[in-house]
Design a protein around this ligand. Structure first.
Ligand code: EPU
Length: 376
């Protein structure tokens, strides 16, 4: 019996009508015949769509595959031991920096979710890491479970969501994560850690800067059965201005936010990108005040460590919005998004990003930090 048949899903055919991609949320019962593949083309395994290949590529479909991988990796005869391991989801936050990637890639295709607990107010849902996050959000909203609706339409998988604590439109995924289960390559065992032990921060967690040995297999979310509209982000408040709030459901919010995202962010299937390419930097109040004297329109938000500056604004001020060099530009509708129009190599992208960082540093004395993971 496949190990993941205990992950039941209440997913039905009718619900799949909106997107054929949602079939990924259901559990596949077919045997994993492509477990270990050699010399795989990675161009369409990341939403940036840069050319690259990898020597060793494993398709992980259930917990047993992780245990099997552990044995293969540690067998000296296989020539894998000591190489970096990288768990790849949808590749929406990953940039392949070399034409040939040396890391051993584990493509996380574990699917399905299960309601593990419920009371009057909350429901605990355990979801396998390979499910597309946007499908999971949609499905939870359709069930009238709230807490994720403002995060609709975000690319990437459920397993990738805690890594950088994805956030948008006034919500961060950390606020609904109850626990994370991962397979540890150091001891070949599964472990579960609580939200608190994930050390979540802005686009950060203990999983972000680790050596690849902790491979997320499941995420348990604690969702709310009673919906309340989150309009803390001004653009969201605007969406619902003058609207009768009594009939609003999580699904309505999910749909509206998706439209808002789509109006600003490019579709990676049309124009390669990884969403925001840089984090919004946090600077001291003194630094902010100095800048504010010169630039009265500077975009800044209060932060517990000072002021969070709109990186999109900084980049736009430096003239990079829509500025194309070779096959790369910052997107002309949102300058925080770096887009690939058909770069010949990842070098074009790295050079462009360096130029943005240097120009912003020179003009504002602020060092931008890239958000995606650069895999070599
Ligand atoms: N802005 C500009 N020029 C631009 C882009 C933005 O001046 O080209 C200004 C806007 O006018 C606005 C402010 O910057 O006042 C913020 O813009 P926006 O609401 O678009 O959000 P962001 O800070 O640029 C962040 C997240 C996005 C998320 C949005 C909405 C980060 C790094 N990015 O972007 O997340 O969707 O807020 O909540 O925090 C992602 O991480 O991939 C991502 C898309």
């Amino acid at each position: 019996m496949p190990a993941n048949t205990n992950i039941s899903t209440n997913y039905t055919q009718e619900k799949m009508q909106n997107s054929e991609k949602r079939t990924r949320i259901s559990v596949s019962k077919t045997p994993n015949t492509n477990f270990w593949q050699k010399d795989i083309n990675l161009k369409d395994k990341s939403t940036m769509h840069l050319k690259a290949t990898v020597k060793d590529f494993f398709s992980i479909k259930d917990d047993r595959d992780l245990i099997a991988f552990y044995d293969i990796y540690n067998n000296d005869a296989n020539g894998l031991k000591g190489r970096k391991i990288f768990a790849l989801g949808e590749g929406s936050n990953t940039v392949f920096v070399n034409p040939v990637i040396d890391a051993v890639i584990l493509k996380m295709d574990l699917c399905g979710y299960n309601i593990i607990r419920s009371n009057e107010d909350n429901v605990w849902v355990c979801c396998k890491s390979g499910v597309l996050f946007r499908d999971f959000v949609w499905e939870m909203c359709e069930n009238n479970y709230s807490g994720l609706e403002n995060l609709s339409g975000i690319y990437g998988t459920v397993g990738a969501a805690p890594v950088q604590n994805i956030g948008a439109y006034g919500m961060e995924v950390k606020d609904t994560i109850d626990s994370v289960r991962y397979f540890d390559m150091n001891d070949g065992k599964f472990h579960t850690i609580s939200n608190k032990d994930c050390n979540f921060g802005y686009r950060n967690s203990i999983f972000k800067y680790q050596d690849g040995s902790k491979i997320i297999s499941d995420v348990t979310f604690k969702l709310n059965k009673h919906f309340s509209l989150n309009t803390s982000y001004s653009a969201v408040a605007k969406l619902f201005e003058g609207v009768d709030k009594t009939n609003i459901t999580p699904t309505i919010v999910c749909e509206k936010i998706k439209q808002l995202r789509n109006s600003k962010l490019p579709d990676p299937n049309v124009l390669g990108n990884c969403g925001s390419f840089f984090k919004n930097p946090v600077i001291s109040i003194e630094h902010y005040e100095k800048l504010h004297k010169i630039y009265s329109d500077i975009v800044a938000f209060d932060d517990k460590e000072g002021k969070k500056i709109g990186a999109g604004w900084l980049i736009e001020k430096c003239g990079f919005k829509g500025k194309k060099i070779g096959g790369i530009s910052m997107y002309d509708k949102q300058s925080l998004v770096l887009v690939n129009h058909g770069a010949k190599s990842s070098k074009e992208l790295i050079d462009y990003a360096q130029e943005v960082i240097q120009t912003v540093k020179l003009r504002f004395d602020i060092t931008l930090v890239a958000e995606p993971h650069f895999l070599s």
